[in-house]
Ligand binder design. Structure first.
Ligand code: B16
Ligand code: MG
Length: 220
């Protein structure tokens, strides 16, 4: 099937909010009496807020009642929002603007597929609210990546088949979600981490739409 749509993750592909998530989670872990490393943070990428908190608490050896967990998730989000509210279009990652103009010229449809409930706010801060043909964020899905729901819903809204889509993802869980949806996956980051992606590039700056289409349209 010829590719008709590109589906983009937000954090780590369009903007680097992963660093803000990391700092906010680290602050929370420190208040609880333990620490998390950048390496540990890798497994939180693309994972929902509540699932991330559970992974962190397990790492710290803590079992807490649901009510307390809800309060901790709210606190982490407040710190995260403080960091995110300072974002501007200057925070868009290198190569994104050029890549999107190529996407438009190629006549491809676009969707955002983000686990973040804060995705609409971030899009607004960076001036990209009107860029996508469909926006699927953490408020619209029930299941978190690596479940494919965020991407299958994007394809459904665009009215394209799953094997007509390419997913751009920086997270291990997100690449798995795209693969499970039956989509061609472009890992944004390191090939040592994103081992299951169909192809990998360090950033959108290192990619052209033609290179991606050439690979994705090859008979699999
Ligand atoms: P929020 P993505 C994901 O966004 C982040 O990678 C992940 O670290 C975060 O926990 C998740 O969103 C939920 O975010 O707390 O803002 O709802 O990479 O899928 O765009
Ligand atoms: Mg991401």
């Amino acid at each position: 099937m010829p590719i008709k749509a590109f589906l983009f993750d937000l954090d780590g592909v369009i903007v680097d909010t992963a660093i803000h998530h990391y700092h906010a989670w680290k602050r929370l872990a420190n208040e609880l009496g333990f620490d998390i490393s950048e390496e540990f943070n890798e497994q939180l990428k693309g994972v929902s807020r509540v699932d991330s908190l559970n992974i962190i608490l397990e790492h710290g050896g803590l079992t807490l009642p649901d009510e307390e967990k809800r309060d901790l998730a709210i606190r982490k989000n407040e710190w995260y929002l403080e960091l995110v509210s300072r974002m501007t279009p200057d925070d868009i990652l290198p190569g994104v603007a050029t890549f999107f103009s190529e996407v438009r010229k190629a006549g491809l449809l676009t969707a955002l597929g983000s686990a973040s409930k804060n995705a609409p706010l971030i899009l607004e801060r960076i001036g990209m609210s009107d860029v996508f043909d469909a926006v699927i964020d953490g408020t619209k899905v029930e299941k978190s990546k690596p479940d494919p729901e965020v991407f299958t819903r994007g394809a459904d809204e665009l009215e394209v088949l799953y094997n007509e889509c390419v997913v751009f993802e920086d997270a291990v869980a997100g690449v798995e979600a795209g693969n499970r949806a039956g989509m061609f996956t472009v890992g944004i980051g390191s090939p040592d981490v994103l081992t299951l992606a169909s192809m990998v590039a360090p950033s959108l700056d290192e990619l052209t739409v033609d290179t991606v289409l050439e690979q994705a349209n090859k008979p699999q």
